[in-house]
Design a protein around this ligand. Structure first.
Ligand code: BG6
Length: 521
């Protein structure tokens, strides 16, 4: 292991976040329990939270502070047991954090809730010297985003004075199409200024996603090849083995396109495709992203495929069809799979197709970006037995088995010229100590420090919705799709294979073990 790198990656000491009082709306909800609070625990354990830190949890459930803390601790324990989150609970960090938590029962639409919150926050400020800084975290259903912000404004809670800041974190989904995202922005920007708003996309909390900018811009070898002269095409895949689980009601009105494409997949697209920003300043990065999304051609229906899973077997377990899931209509036309071909209208990418796909109940959990380079010219191998040169592919593995690999051709040892595809591999686990993380640590920490570079600006969100708006409308007004059209556990609908085969290309197998390529027999 590279000692220097490993040490710096595991170095828990770092800059403390500033004094702050955090108010979490949706305190008794799933997101708070599974992600926000475990991330705060991990930050506390890493020594990143200041002594002057406190949390007020707001929700309508009739909980006491003790019962709330207990339910959070129980969920953390179950996350540890099932390996879905923190590696273990650090008792000292948990006691430190839990001692700073207070529960406030209140209706999100009732002004009384905000009067109480204000009084509590003032008390905390006084007590904990939070300096008037408050971070409001909206971990609620999206229909509450605007009403909560309005109430915060009316209660005077969003007003900043002197050095004291007020920020609001808004979870996904940010709108359900372009007009609703635009209306939401308009509503909240009447009360907050853009620099107070932190629109989260949790894919940007993933280390390998943050690493893409470093890979591209901190190394001299990639950027000169990073363009239409050298790249044949790019494939972005977010494959999941899970179905809709208990989220049938939400998923029925959302579907795979809205749930994954203009947000998570576009974040991956942005990291790969943006022009180098002038600095890491939030606005410099976000300006480039917005420009990129504006350069995406509106997606035409003939360049998109939707699918819905039928019954099948996933990871050896029989699973039911989407239409048989709880809270799902028996004739549902909601898609659980989408594949798209995108074109980007700029000098770097003109003519380079980006193929995106995501789906539920696929054969493996795998999020990856594969950049396939153009073939080498053949001339040299004309009179040899070599019929086909394997392509050079740079594969960025976002999850699981975070890392990247580069595949290339090598001469098989022996007197004849025979070529094999081989690969060089980098895995995070070989170089860095694993950090206990649920993926929200950096996002929350950045927000406390006022660094918005990993958060979405109003125009960025709108540009992303705009790119898929035509497709949303075409699918809504077109004939009902013949669902289900892929079996659970398969790689998706056959139509998706035809979409890419039209261009004489093929999807990469989902979740194939990396990095070694199969040597030729
Ligand atoms: C969420 C979607 O935003 O992202 C889910 O609503 C999806 O449907 C999830 O499963 C995927 O995130 P991750 O981090 O598990 O890949």
């Amino acid at each position: 292991m590279n000692e220097t790198v490993a040490k710096s990656a595991s170095d828990a000491s770092g800059r403390l976040a500033p004094p702050v009082n955090m108010a979490i709306f949706g305190a008794a909800g799933d997101l708070t329990k599974r992600l926000v609070v475990p991330a705060l625990h991990n930050l506390a354990r890493a020594g990143r939270l200041p002594r002057e830190f406190s949390i007020i949890g707001v929700d309508h459930n009739g909980l006491t502070t003790d019962a709330w803390r207990q339910s959070l601790a129980d969920e953390m324990r179950s996350l540890v047991q099932t390996g879905r989150g923190a590696e273990q609970i650090d008792n000292q960090a948990w006691t430190w954090l839990a001692g700073r938590m207070q529960y406030l029962r209140g209706d999100f639409t009732d002004s009384g809730t905000y009067r109480e919150l204000k009084a509590l926050a003032a008390g905390h400020n006084h007590e904990a010297e939070a300096g008037g800084n408050i971070l409001f975290y909206l971990a609620t259903a999206d229909r509450f985003f605007c009403p909560i912000i309005k109430q915060l404004g009316q209660a005077g809670l969003t007003k900043q004075s002197g050095d004291a800041w007020r920020r609001v974190v808004i979870e996904k989904p940010f709108g359900h199409d372009f007009p609703s995202a635009e209306a939401l922005n308009e509503g909240i920007l009447k009360i907050l200024s853009e620099d107070q708003i932190y629109r989260i996309d949790h894919f940007l909390g993933k280390e390998p996603v943050q690493n893409i900018m470093v890979l591209r811009f901190a190394n001299g070898i990639f950027e000169p090849m990073w363009n239409r002269d050298h790249i044949d095409h790019v494939q972005i895949t977010a494959a999941e083995t899970v179905g809709v689980e208990e989220r049938g009601r939400f998923y029925e009105r959302t579907g795979a396109l809205r749930d994954m494409v203009p947000n998570h997949l576009f974040q991956l697209l942005a990291m790969i495709a943006i022009e180098p920003p002038a600095s890491f300043d939030a606005n410099a990065v976000r300006r480039k992203k917005t420009e990129l999304f504006q350069a995406v051609h509106p997606i035409r229906p003939e360049n998109a495929v939707r699918g819905q899973y039928g019954a099948g077997t996933v990871l050896g377990r029989p699973v039911k069809a989407y239409r048989d899931e709880e809270d799902v209509a028996s004739d549902s036309t909601t898609e659980t799979y989408v594949a798209l071909k995108l074109a980007i209208d700029n000098w770097r990418w003109a003519g380079v197709p980006f193929y995106l796909r995501t789906g539920k109940h696929l054969p493996a959990r795998s999020t990856e970006i594969a950049i396939q380079f153009r073939q080498a010219p053949y001339a040299l191998f004309r009179d040899t037995p070599i019929e086909r040169l394997p392509p050079n592919i740079l594969t960025l593995r976002i999850q699981p088995d975070e890392g990247l690999s580069v595949s290339f051709s090598a001469k098989r040892p022996g007197p004849e010229i025979k070529i094999d595809g081989v690969a060089m591999n980098f895995s995070y686990r070989d170089y860095f100590e694993p950090l206990a993380a649920v993926g929200y640590e950096t996002l929350i920490y950045d927000c406390l420090n006022g660094d918005a570079s990993l958060f979405q600006r109003a125009d960025t969100v709108e540009a992303a919705w705009c790119a898929v708006q035509g497709l949303i409308e075409a699918w809504a007004s077109g004939p009902a799709p013949g669902f289900p059209n892929y079996a659970s556990g398969s790689a998706g609908p056959a139509e998706a294979d035809r979409l890419i085969a039209r261009d004489r290309r093929a999807w990469r197998p989902i979740g194939r073990a990396q990095p070694r390529m199969e040597p030729k027999a």
